[in-house]
Ligand binder design. Structure first.
Ligand code: F0G
Length: 466
């Protein structure tokens, strides 16, 4: 048996609810076109509802499935049988109490935590979801897997293909910004890299067409199995807080896979009785890619029991088309105007009493510098979570006594260009070098000190600045 009987796929639209077998490769409802969930009959799955069961696995981490930060929660995503799971040891992440950043955000000492997903083998949170989607792809006998990507998904897919040698990776990137750290991974791991003349939103559309045409397995987060793996980020946060639920989870929003999966995680944990309350969710867009913010906060679009007001959505997307407005931000990972998980994200916001904010490139880069000074750096998109927490704190929505977890989605070395430009470039050339607009000051720049090659001058400089 490859798949578990207790698992199936189901359309999320309340008026449709069509069910599909777990072995089917559909990535969207054939009947009404909505997104699909992976669902479980928890009783049949026999999922333990006591955290100590999961905790005890750590003592047996010589077994790869117990070592993996995804698969030691296997019973909470029980779609595959253990022998078909593909793991490279992902999910060894860190929840860091970050008092330095806490001060910047305006929290009481000890109340701000950074969930550092940059520690994953490919350097971003994507490995959580990729391990799950890859497991499904392998289980259905896929030979090739594809994704559109702003960089991290492609790095992760390329890594799973290369390490396992089970599939060939085909990745689509836009011709705009892709951070070099990420591109270098895809190239080095041997992925077929297709750079199309367009942005991420164009690449996302094309990859779906190509996958349908050529029967390639699609691993973007529209694939519901990706989200199953990403639920475990929340399990690990709870684990590291001694199974106590924090007050807030703050996460950057791009294609909205993470936020959607976090919502699903809390819905299921509540159903299973593993938690008795739910944290609030804050999703932070970049100001230059603010579809969710605009639709949720300004135009009032809500989950509404699954009956989302499509007219408002459509007129917004029509406006984008008419004005030819493209997403543009230094946080290239979230430079996305048409998030594929929009509906599921609304469900998450509904369940977690969520809010959405947008952070400017200036706020993102300054927050990133503050995270960096704390020692564990991140890429620009990740810092949107910290910038957003600061904003919500200033607005009095987050209290200084709340317990807040910001998700740092990607490693600092993913995008060295942005970091080096921030710290070294003259203010007037800043926007030009970074290819952005609106960043007026590198407020926390750590400038290199230029000295002549003379012992006296070097000593003088160290005494002056040290
Ligand atoms: N942070 C980083 C570092 C990312 O790479 C992404 C998404 C996000 C945040 C946004 O997460 O889509 O779940 O809302 N990167 C995708 C990619 C789109 O192709 O690597 P989301």
């Amino acid at each position: 048996m490859i798949f578990r009987d207790a698992a199936y796929q189901q359309c999320i639209h309340p008026d449709c609810g069509a069910q599909f077998g777990i072995e089917q490769v559909v990535t969207g409802c054939n009947i009404c076109g909505s997104l699909l969930d992976v669902k479980y009959d928890w009783n049949q799955a026999g999922t333990p509802t006591d955290w100590s069961y999961y905790q005890n696995k750590w003592g047996r981490r010589y077994a790869p499935l117990n070592f993996s930060g995804i698969w030691r929660f296997h019973e909470l995503l029980p779609f595959a049988t253990p022998e078909h799971v593909v793991t490279v040891g992902e999910g060894q992440t860190l929840l860091q109490q970050a008092d330095f950043v806490s001060k910047y955000v305006g929290m009481d000492t000890g109340n701000l935590f950074l969930q550092y997903e940059g520690m994953n083998p490919s350097g971003s949170f994507k490995d959580n979801g990729m391990s799950a989607a890859f497991t499904h792809a392998h289980s259905v006998g896929a030979q090739r897997a594809a994704c559109a990507s702003t960089g991290n998904t492609s790095a992760s897919l390329a890594m799973y293909c290369a390490v396992s040698q089970l599939m060939k990776a085909v990745i689509f990137i836009g011709s705009g910004k892709i951070a070099y750290g990420k591109l270098s991974q895809a190239l080095e791991y041997g992925a077929l890299t297709v750079q199309i003349a367009g942005d991420f939103d164009d690449a996302m559309k094309r990859v779906q067409e190509v996958c349908r045409e050529l029967g390639i397995y699609l691993v973007n987060s529209i694939n519901p199995f990706r989200l199953e793996g990403q639920k475990t980020i929340m399990f690990r946060v709870l684990e590291q807080l001694g199974w106590e639920v924090p007050d807030w989870i703050v996460v950057p929003g791009g294609n909205l896979g993470n936020s959607s999966s976090f919502g699903k995680a809390f819905i299921e944990l509540k159903q299973l009785g593993l938690i008795d309350r739910v944290p609030r969710l804050a999703i932070i867009n970049a100001a230059g890619a603010d579809t969710l913010y605009e639709l949720y906060e300004n135009r009032g679009v809500r989950w509404n029991g699954g009956h989302i007001d499509r007219n408002v959505l459509q007129s917004y997307y029509d406006e984008l088309d008419t004005s030819n407005k493209k997403a543009s931000t230094i946080a290239s990972a979230i430079e996305i105007n048409r998030p594929v998980n929009f509906d599921k994200c609304l469900r998450a916001l509904d369940f977690c009493d969520g809010v959405v904010r947008k952070a400017t490139d200036q706020q993102i880069l300054d927050a990133k510098a503050k995270v960096g000074i704390g020692g564990i750096g991140c890429e620009p998109a990740s810092a949107a979570s910290v910038a957003g927490a600061k904003m919500l704190r200033e607005q009095g929505i987050i209290a200084s006594s709340d317990r807040v977890v910001c998700i740092l989605t990607g490693h600092q070395l993913k995008d060295p260009t942005a970091t080096v430009a921030y710290h070294t470039t003259d203010q007037d050339k800043f926007n030009e070098v970074l290819g952005v607009r609106g960043v007026s000051r590198a407020n926390f720049a750590n400038r290199a000190v230029a000295v002549s090659n003379s012992l006296d001058e070097i000593i003088k400089a160290i005494k002056l600045y040290g």
